[in-house]
Design a protein. Structure first.
Length: 262
């Protein structure tokens, strides 16, 4: 990890004048982003034009170590490229947020892609079809086969000014954020129905008086607010009182924090 601050995990509230609120590590952020995605951009080395990158749209699934699993046809140009040179990269991007696309998260995985080993095919097939059910119509075609990326290195960008390399070991050891699937619903609910509570939380836990507050991100360690004050627009990070593991936990802790703030 290139950012030592991204390693901090804490179980209690952190007063704004003592220490920054804990955040996901880059490895955890990378695993979360790729877990939420379904389709990426695969870049292989062109067989026809040696040294030139060749981009393809690529559905993927993941194994338990976060390695991308691909179902590809031998007739596809990217497959022919991989048979010539297995080195490739896979670009995973955050779903459209409606803002500046350069402010969204993205992850580039670099590694070698080859046919999946026979002993792992049952698991890989189940994992892939669970993620891409329509693939059941062509998974047994003779020209299709499962491939897996062995990751060599990764580069994560979390938005403006948030970026760094993640080792393959740190990535494999990390887990996706448990709130990832619920995050959008939490943001929508808080911003639509609890604008006053967000202002209260900003005042109490971040020490900022604001005219308007928007929750922009949430994970099991805490949440981010974009605050509009008379002077400027700024962002703050607020830690949960304890780490949460699911939507029910997040709701309970948020309600407790609002009560404490009142």
């Amino acid at each position: 990890m290139s950012d030592p601050l991204s390693r901090r995990h804490a179980s209690g509230a952190i007063p704004p004048d003592k220490a920054p609120a804990p955040e996901l590590t880059y490895g955890e952020s990378a695993r979360t982003l790729i877990q939420l995605g379904r389709v990426a951009t695969l870049s292989t080395l062109s067989r026809k034009h040696p040294g030139w990158p060749f981009g393809s749209l690529m559905p993927y699934a993941l194994d338990d170590r976060g390695r991308p699993l691909l179902l590809i046809s031998s007739m596809a140009m990217h497959t022919q490229n991989l048979q010539e040179d297995p080195r490739a990269s896979l670009l995973v991007t955050q779903a459209e947020t409606g803002g500046d696309p350069l402010g969204a998260a993205r992850l580039t995985l670099m590694g070698s892609i080859g046919k999946a080993p026979e002993e792992d095919l049952a698991f890989i097939r189940a994992a892939y079809l669970d993620r891409h059910q329509n693939a059941a119509f062509w998974v047994d075609y003779d020209d299709f086969a499962f491939y897996r990326m062995e990751i060599a290195d990764l580069y994560f960008v979390g938005g403006f000014g948030v970026m760094g390399w993640v080792t393959a070991e740190d990535y494999a050891a990390a887990e996706p954020d448990p709130l990832a699937e619920s995050a959008h619903a939490i943001l929508e609910h808080m911003n639509r129905d609890h604008a006053d509570s967000l202002l209260l939380l900003a005042r109490t836990f971040a020490g900022v008086e604001a005219d308007h507050a928007t929750m922009t991100a949430v994970d099991h360690l805490g949440f981010n607010l974009r605050l509009q004050t008379p002077e400027r627009v700024r962002g703050v990070r607020i830690a949960f009182l304890v780490q949460v593991r699911n939507l029910a936990d997040a709701r309970k802790i948020m309600e407790q924090m609002v009560r404490l703030a009142k």
